[in-house]
Design a protein around this ligand. Structure first.
Ligand SMILES: Cc1ncc(COP(=O)(O)O)c(C=O)c1O
Length: 371
């Protein structure tokens, strides 16, 4: 037997400190563990309507023989379609294996030893995680009392080594958003000194007229990058595909850190399909989410459970018990939710807004566990 490698010496200190993320088990395993015949997945903000008809058609058109051939390394055809939809040049897009992958591209492209990134304490944690496991400081500026990103606080946290500021608009999990005026004011004050990423993973869910479309601000702000995903609104989460957009000069820098061929052909084809009837999908989904929010919030008020319901297809609920215990009790009823201690919201859960009958099941499940 060979000696075990000297991990203390081989593993950088910043990696030694990190706890690995443990994903949830597959549904069949969970069904067996919790003894429930059906699982309602309300933990990942998936779209209960499923992919659009055109996306389904594109997936069905996939031929098994294609599996032998490498995909387009830079999502060529998809970028042409994105260019048409957003009125930007094809080279202003980089497609990644989910928006998660483009987060890593951007951090790798701009940060070096001693640099930091700025985000908030209660938002999508991957910005923070990628920075930290890459050896850069993530400065977490607390959300304001009304759960929104703190513009003054973020600007005060900037120093000479700050490279990127990550904003999640609307925020996951609080659903709060900066309107166009506030975002512009922030970008004006940053004045091109840092890269500002606006993550619009849930942007398509927002129907408010003052919600900014980051894609339309790109021409004015050369330091702006916008993230989008096909996982949420377009219901292609299993295929792992998302993208970033920015001015070509800055996107050209990010492209240097891309791992070519990370986005498979089937995902690219499905995304092209999804763009064909995107507006229909957005309309149908917004309707479902709005109804679900209305029904669920009414039930939560009836149950006296405080909640945070903003934009996006999710609601955060405060429970009179630990979120891990609530997770197990709800799971036993087939209701899979997201426990929020990891998001720095102890005793809270986040639930995805799905169809009305499922929201009613969730409300009944919550009533049972707090009884
Ligand atoms: C705010 C936000 N950004 C990005 C992502 C990553 O999306 P994906 O990697 O599935 O494209 C998510 C997924 O939950 C998210 O909530």
């Amino acid at each position: 037997m060979h000696p075990f490698p000297p991990l203390d010496m081989l593993v950088p200190r910043h990696i030694q400190k990190i706890e690995p993320y443990i994903p949830s088990r597959p549904d069949d395993v969970l069904r067996q563990m919790f003894g429930c015949p059906t699982i309602y997945r309300l933990n990942n903000n998936e779209n209960a309507l499923g992919p659009s008809p055109e996306a389904i058609r594109a997936i069905q058109a996939v031929r098994p023989e294609q599996a032998a051939i490498y995909p387009s390394g830079d999502a060529w055809h998809l970028r042409q379609r994105l260019a048409e939809r957003f009125h930007l040049p094809p080279d202003s897009f980089i497609v990644g294996n989910g928006a998660n992958e483009v987060i890593a591209f951007v951090i790798k492209a701009f940060c070096q030893e001693g640099d930091n990134i700025i985000t908030t304490d209660r938002t999508f944690a991957v910005y923070e995680w990628v920075a930290e496991f890459s050896g850069y400081e993530a400065r977490l500026v607390p959300l304001t009392a009304d759960y929104s990103f703190d513009d003054e606080g973020m600007l005060a946290a900037v120093d000479a080594r700050t490279k990127i500021i990550f904003l999640c608009n609307p925020n996951n999990p609080t659903g709060t958003y900066w309107n166009e005026e506030r975002l512009r004011r922030f970008l004006d004050r940053v004045d091109g000194r840092q890269i500002v990423v606006v993550d619009e993973a849930y942007g398509e869910f927002v129907a408010k007229s003052d919600f900014p479309n980051g894609m339309e601000l790109l021409r004015e702000y050369p330091n702006l990058l916008v993230f989008r995903t096909f996982s949420k609104m377009f219901a292609l989460a299993a295929l792992r595909i998302g993208f970033l957009a920015g001015q070509e000069k800055i996107v050209d820098v990010v492209r240097r850190t891309c791992v070519v061929y990370s986005v498979n052909s089937f995902a690219q084809q499905a995304a092209i399909g999804a763009l064909k009837d995107a507006d229909l999908q957005i309309e149908r989904t917004r309707r479902m989410v709005q109804e679900a929010r209305q029904v669920l919030c009414e039930e939560l008020r009836r149950l006296n459970l405080p909640y945070i319901a903003g934009e996006g297809n999710y609601v955060v609920i405060r429970l009179p018990m630990s979120d891990t215990l609530a997770y197990r009790k709800l799971m036993a009823q087939g209701l899979m939710v997201r426990s929020m201690t990891g998001f720095r919201f102890p005793n809270h859960i986040r639930v995805t807004l799905a169809t009305v009958p499922v929201m009613e099941k969730l409300a009944a499940g919550l009533a049972r566990i707090i009884a």
